[in-house]
Design a binder for this molecule. Structure first.
Ligand code: SF4
Ligand code: SF4
Length: 319
């Protein structure tokens, strides 16, 4: 039995559905939405026993924080002020962004949420999203496979949980309704949503490749009842998908052969290269080779783009 696919709905204590009132008008998942993948269950089922015991002990505090923040993010929708305030001035937007940076957020983007990215049978309150990235320390990630690497990943999961709830408190204090969606226990597939928000492009490693740090980031979001966010018109980073086609460095480096060279196209329109079941055991042993081996992790986005553009130009001229 595939435990990680068992959850048809979020558990009651993590579900916004428990706190929705008549004032709310939730948006349901789209017809092509996929099921949520419960990472801790995936690890529990496929990870090695030794790794599970060792890892659980050292990550316990981050798990507890993440669970607490997941619960808060759902429950606190009852604190929404319902003042009918739907426009945000530039000063408040800047204040929110500055506060997010103080909380350890690396980059921020804005988009409308594609209903097909809401997990199947989940619901969200607002379709405008503030999408956030948080840096993972690349030196710690480079120690993989290691406990230090796992700790760094779960530190950012917990850190993003804290950050989205604090930013939500700030937004509510300014009169806005919102719903935080933490990195663990979120309500949507944040990776394509972050791509829509112009924060990066989904790489073959299945992770958002960002201009700042490549895939060395984690993601979360806040849904907000605001009509005038500076929504991204288009993603400027889609050239990375073309680059990935011939790069394949993570495909070759993956110790489990869990990254396929060719993508599987899903009904929600996203492309998937990763076999999660093959990945789960090495991941539970602290693997993140697909992050540390990615050419973008060094942060040389502009240089790689220039070289890519030169190569593409050469191809055109040679035809
Ligand atoms: S975490 Fe490790 S096993 Fe999983 S896809 Fe990345 S490189 Fe492969
Ligand atoms: S290593 Fe290469 S193929 Fe893999 S995500 Fe990074 S750029 Fe794409």
């Amino acid at each position: 039995m595939k435990l990680y696919k068992l959850m048809k709905k979020p558990p009651f204590f993590l579900s916004v559905s428990n706190w929705i009132t008549k004032k709310d008008n939730p948006i349901k998942s789209g017809p092509h939405s996929r099921r949520a993948v419960i990472i801790p269950l995936l690890i529990m089922q496929y990870g090695s026993i030794a790794a599970k015991l060792k890892t659980f002990g050292s990550l316990r505090d981050y798990f507890v924080t993440s669970l607490k923040e997941m619960h808060e993010s759902a429950k606190n929708i009852k604190k929404n002020p319902h003042m009918g305030k739907k426009a945000m001035d530039n000063k408040t937007l800047r204040e929110m962004e500055d506060y997010a940076k103080e909380l350890g957020v690396l980059s921020i983007g804005y988009t409308k949420v594609n209903p097909n990215y809401i997990f199947k049978d989940f619901e969200i309150l607002y379709d405008s999203a503030v999408v956030l990235t948080m840096e993972m320390n690349k030196e710690l990630i480079a120690t993989n496979p290691s406990l230090e690497c796992s700790q760094e990943i779960f530190r950012t999961y917990a850190g993003l949980g804290v950050a989205v709830n604090k930013i939500a408190d700030f937004l509510r204090s300014k009169g806005y309704n919102c719903q935080p969606s933490p990195a663990i226990g979120g309500d949507i597939n944040t990776i394509p949503t972050a791509q829509d928000a112009n924060l990066g492009c989904i790489g073959k490693n299945g992770i958002l490749v960002t201009p700042e740090l490549g895939p060395c980031v984690r993601l979360a979001a806040i849904f907000i009842d605001v009509d005038n966010l500076p929504i991204a018109k288009k993603s400027e980073h889609m050239w990375i998908a073309e680059f990935c086609k011939t790069c394949n460095r993570c495909v070759k480096a993956c110790p489990a052969g869990a990254i396929n060279e060719k993508a599987k196209l899903l009904a929600d329109g996203t492309r998937v290269y990763i076999n999660l079941e093959k990945c789960a055991k090495p991941f539970s042993d602290g693997c993140s080779t697909c992050i540390s081996s990615c050419v973008f992790t060094g942060g040389h986005y502009n240089k790689i783009k220039e070289a890519f553009n030169r190569r593409e130009l050469k191809k055109v001229l040679n035809h």
